[in-house]
Design a protein around this ligand. Structure first.
Ligand code: FMN
Length: 195
């Protein structure tokens, strides 16, 4: 599938990126995923470790199963952390109809071996590169942090071909947006000092 050339420059892509939670059925093709991974691995990486590795899931039944496995685990994690918020974001986890991947056809899990103190930082920088590249290609994306407890279960890692000594760090869904997503607000940057 040929993707629209949005012609966005880097700053425009940063402003245009949204967490997209509604997708069309069309699946993102292999070449496009290759381009997204190419963008991901151009991220800065501490001591040039390049610790990242990627597990890609496009099997819809598997995505559905992962969602079902993830919901109670994440709800329990939120409960244990004593998070007070009871907004729709957390209530949704009790609904059998809620798919934590929003029916996106592609999940990219950025993984790493814990070989140094900056491994997670590297993976999150790769994640942002990937999401900005997706935005510039007219694709939507969203971080699905709520999938992490399930993705790090030994049996799920084995099913996704993630070796035991790797951890899932940044799960990102990607797909063709079914419509426009409004921007979320941001506070002004809090400047603590400017000496
Ligand atoms: C670490 C992390 C975890 C997140 N996990 C989820 C998630 O599980 N489900 C979800 O719908 N959005 C998730 N998000 C997306 C945020 O809700 C979203 O980035 C935020 O509301 C700001 O909206 P925007 O990305 O459209 O600017 C996550 C974002 C981050 C950075």
């Amino acid at each position: 599938m040929r993707l629209p050339d949005t012609g966005l420059n880097a700053f425009e892509a940063i402003l245009a990126r949204r967490s997209v939670r509604s997708y069309r059925d069309a699946v993102v093709d292999r070449n496009t995923i290759g381009s997204l991974l190419e963008a991901a691995v151009r991220a800065p990486t501490a001591v040039h470790e390049e610790p990242w590795a990627f597990a890609i899931v496009q099997d819809r039944q598997l995505l559905q199963r992962l969602s079902e496995r993830a919901k109670p685990l994440f709800a329990e994690e939120v409960r244990r952390a004593g998070v007070e918020r009871t907004g729709h974001a957390f209530n949704a986890f009790a609904s059998p109809d809620f798919n934590i991947f929003y029916d996106a056809g592609t999940l990219i899990v950025i993984c790493a071996r814990p070989i140094g103190p900056f491994v997670a930082a590297d993976c999150w920088l790769a994640a942002e590169n990937l999401m900005l590249a997706a935005c510039a290609m007219g694709l939507g994306s969203c971080v699905i942090g709520s999938a992490l407890p399930a993705l790090n279960l030994p049996e799920i890692k084995a099913e996704l071909s993630i070796p035991a000594d790797y951890s899932a760090i940044a799960p990102i869904i990607v797909g063709h947006p079914s419509g426009a997503t409004p921007a979320t607000p941001r506070k002004e940057p809090l400047i603590l000092g400017w000496h």
